[in-house]
Design a protein around this ligand. Structure first.
Ligand SMILES: Cc1ncc(COP(=O)(O)O)c(C=O)c1O
Length: 385
């Protein structure tokens, strides 16, 4: 199996390895706690295989250091957590469909809800099995994705309260621009959310978990009067955008290394890789690395990205292939096959961040982590106790 959790054992048969530093994860979790205050609770978002970091090892550490909830995208991920013995309340952010009702009840998951038809089926099923299932009402305050339109929440809640097999223990929404400090739309969403919470209270939903703040909101101190927070990307050591404060206090959790497979000298006029997008203007020394887009290393990094070898930067030359990438090591002394290559992370004094790769490939750090983390063998280091 590609991504079995083998703590601290990093023996492998491939040159390419993603390292997940669990001490950095713990550090970031503690920072979040510091920012939200001692009485606030945390729902750690571990969907999408913990953003490529490996859901189970990450969740085990986060549970051991006191997360209050987990957030997964779909029921299947919640089942994986439960079967691994993870007991923390788990919110299914996408909600559930009719097929997922039996599993959601059996595995004690907390569905996010926004569809009265599904809630009715869930309630009936729960009652038949002698249970009352906790649900969190998902409200769309402006993200435009999923959720009850915020203006329709009162009617939604009135109907919902007739269904006795479900207990609305939470109300949540999601910000669309909270990573941009001072963006006025965040306050618009907050205001709508406050109104929704007041309506829910007036209709008899007392003391629900109220949550709207993602990483951007936590860093930018938005929605801090709520008691439950839903960080994702900051747990993994990246800010949601460069405009956020506290960036330097986070520690990246993932790094990605490989080894040089060949070093050769090419003459002026030689071309490198598919499409001949790089032509040497002088004699150059080129190292080949067995990493390509099949390893989650984007082809958009062709002639743009770089790697660290012998503690120096080597620029990518030519097109990134499916399994191979070439870098120019002319200015780095004695590069040899077998030398370590860092494509993401630190080597010596220098560091290639996910944000840097994201900028070069026209995306965000989230996608860099998901792509690289899910495509490679992962090895876990750091304090897992
Ligand atoms: C509903 C919901 N809450 C929280 C998060 C966490 O967001 P972030 O990683 O920006 O903290 C996500 C991530 O996409 C999400 O979809």
């Amino acid at each position: 199996m590609l991504n079995d959790f083998v703590p601290l054992i990093c023996a492998h048969m491939t040159s390419n390895i993603v390292t997940i530093d669990l001490s950095a994860l713990r550090h970031n979790f503690k920072k979040v706690k510091e920012w939200i205050g001692p009485s606030a609770r945390i729902l750690c978002v571990v969907k999408s295989d913990a953003y490529g970091h490996g859901m189970l090892p990450v969740a085990k550490v986060l549970e051991s250091i006191g997360t209050d909830y987990f957030g997964v995208f779909e029921a299947e991920e919640g089942i994986v957590l439960r079967e691994a013995g993870i007991r923390a309340p788990t919110l299914v952010l996408k909600g559930i469909d009719a097929d997922e009702i039996p599993a959601a009840v059996e595995y004690d998951l907390t569905p996010g809800v926004f569809d009265l038809g599904i809630i009715e089926q869930l309630s009936d099923y729960a009652l038949k099995h002698g249970k009352v299932v906790p649900i969190h009402i998902k409200v769309d305050t402006g993200m435009g994705r999923i959720g009850v339109p915020w203006e329709e929440t009162a009617a939604f809640i009135k109907t919902l309260l007739h269904m006795k097999g479900v207990a609305p223990t939470g109300i949540f929404s999601h910000f669309s621009v909270a990573d941009e400090p001072d963006h006025p739309f965040t306050d618009v969403q907050l205001e709508r959310f406050r109104k929704v919470v007041a309506v829910a209270h007036d209709l008899g939903i007392k003391n629900p978990e109220i949550h709207i703040a993602n990483s951007g909101a936590i860093l930018n101190h938005k929605g801090l009067e709520n008691h439950l927070f839903r960080p994702g990307i900051i747990l993994y050591g990246s800010p949601p955008s460069a405009a956020c404060p506290h960036i330097d206090e986070l520690k990246p959790v993932m790094s990605f290394r490989s080894r040089v497979v060949q070093v050769k000298t090419v003459n002026r006029g030689a071309s490198i890789s598919y499409g001949r997008t790089y032509i040497a203007e002088a004699q150059r020394v080129i190292a080949t690395i067995p990493v390509g887009y099949d390893d989650g290393y984007s082809r958009l990094l062709s002639n743009k990205g770089g790697a660290l070898i012998r503690e120096k930067r080597a620029p990518i030359v030519g097109t990134v292939c499916m399994n191979l990438t070439m870098v120019d090591v002319t200015d780095i002394e004695s590069v040899s096959p077998g030398d370590e290559v860092v494509l993401l992370g630190r080597q010596g004094a220098d560091c290639i961040t996910a944000e840097e790769i994201a900028e070069q490939s026209g995306t965000i750090s989230y996608e860099v982590y998901c792509s690289i983390g899910k495509s490679n063998k992962r090895c876990y280091i750091g304090d897992v106790s």
